[in-house]
Design a binder for this molecule. Structure first.
Ligand SMILES: [Zn+2]
Length: 379
């Protein structure tokens, strides 16, 4: 074929010479338009897809951040409630409360007035304030463990003392057994809680405090029960109180009366007695005549006669506590000038004539005077 040959009109379009770019000019234009339309559609679709995915993603992200912050705020509010009166430093709770308010205000705003980062930024200070409260609760609980251990030690010491002092003194075995088992439990609790003081675990610390309180309570109840039972056996008079310390005070607790140095009283009541004596001297020109003061258990045993009410049973006397003096020099008889003066003035200096020793009392004893610090029902 040559280019000079006439082209038959019947040749199909695609078979024409020089038709590599296809068809007529009109057909080529139409194809170009179709291609452009397709490209535009694809681009628009892609933009729509991208916008939808990123916009949705952003919306999802913001919603999830708000949800996280809301949940964190709820947890913080619970913490604020449970930490009531359980923190070492109350300021940590005030700070948490302030953070919760800030977050609540933020969450109450419409989303379009919030910067997307605000919800994220609010999380850290709230978490820090919550951690501070938790730390303060641990410190509080640890202090409670320390206090509890001291209380347990004191209750245990008192229990041991009463248990020892009541041995073979006529109280029913069952009552002593109760105290014995409370003491055993106390020793076990003491052992179990000795390492807990160093713990960072709040639940562990709080459990230790609870265990100790229970043990202290059981010890106190069983010690009181044994003490009262011993009181009933040893000191049946209602105005007397059995005291395991009676007649066995350490010499360090006692001081000699300056003008009657053979006689001793408890150190903390001497000053009042010295002042009372000074006033008595002003009135009568002489010292109070001290015939008896502190008595040891041995001395009280020697004085005690079950057939006579004059001397209290060993363990029941206020003399055994260093809180009583027997006074002569005129005071030993009701109605004398000296007795009446003491009756009118002793209370100014912390001393009194007990009801049981009054003329119509259980044992009328004008000479017996005692400190107001003596057991109340013996006064
Ligand atoms: Zn007396």
């Amino acid at each position: 074929m040559t280019s000079t040959t006439a082209v038959p009109a019947t040749d199909p379009p695609g078979m024409q010479a020089g038709g590599s770019s296809g068809g007529t000019a009109r057909e080529r234009r139409e194809a170009k338009v179709r291609r452009r339309r397709t490209i535009r559609t694809v681009v628009v679709a892609a933009v729509v897809v991208v916008l939808t995915v990123t916009g949705g993603g952003a919306a999802w992200y913001l919603t999830s951040e708000v949800g996280t912050l809301r949940a964190q705020s709820t947890t913080a509010k619970d913490l604020l409630t449970t930490s009531d009166r359980k923190v070492a430093d109350e300021a940590t709770r005030a700070a948490l409360s302030a953070q919760i308010s800030t977050v609540d205000q933020l969450l109450a705003q419409p989303f379009y007035t919030r910067f997307p980062t605000e919800t994220v930024d609010a999380r850290q200070p709230l978490a820090a304030a919550s951690d501070a409260v938790r730390g303060s609760m641990v410190e509080f609980a640890r202090n409670a463990v320390t206090t509890g251990r001291r209380g347990l030690a004191a209750a245990d010491a008192r229990g041991q003392k009463i248990f020892t002092a009541t041995e073979g003194k006529g109280v029913a075995d069952a009552i002593r057994s109760n105290l014995r088992s409370a003491l055993d439990t106390s020793a076990a609790v003491d052992e179990a809680t000795s390492d807990v003081v160093a713990s960072e675990n709040l639940a562990e610390l709080e459990k230790a405090v609870l265990d100790m309180r229970t043990s202290i309570s059981t010890l106190t109840v069983s010690t009181d029960a044994l003490s009262e039972a011993q009181d009933a056996v040893t000191c049946p008079a209602p105005d007397q109180v059995w005291d395991p310390d009676s007649g066995v005070l350490p010499s360090s607790a006692l001081v000699a009366i300056p003008w009657a140095p053979k006689h001793f009283v408890r150190a903390d009541v001497l000053d009042g007695l010295v002042e009372l004596d000074a006033a008595y001297q002003q009135a009568f020109g002489e010292h109070l005549t001290i015939n008896s003061a502190y008595r040891t258990l041995v001395e009280q045993k020697a004085l005690y006669d079950p057939a006579s009410a004059t001397a209290a049973a060993p363990g029941c006397s206020t003399h055994g506590l260093g809180l009583a003096v027997d006074i002569g020099g005129g005071v030993q008889a009701f109605g004398t000038e000296q007795y009446n003066w003491l009756k009118a003035n002793a209370s100014t200096y912390g001393w009194a004539h007990p009801t049981w020793a009054e003329p119509n009392g259980r044992v009328p004893e004008p000479w017996h005077w005692q400190s107001v610090l003596a057991p109340a029902n013996a006064a």
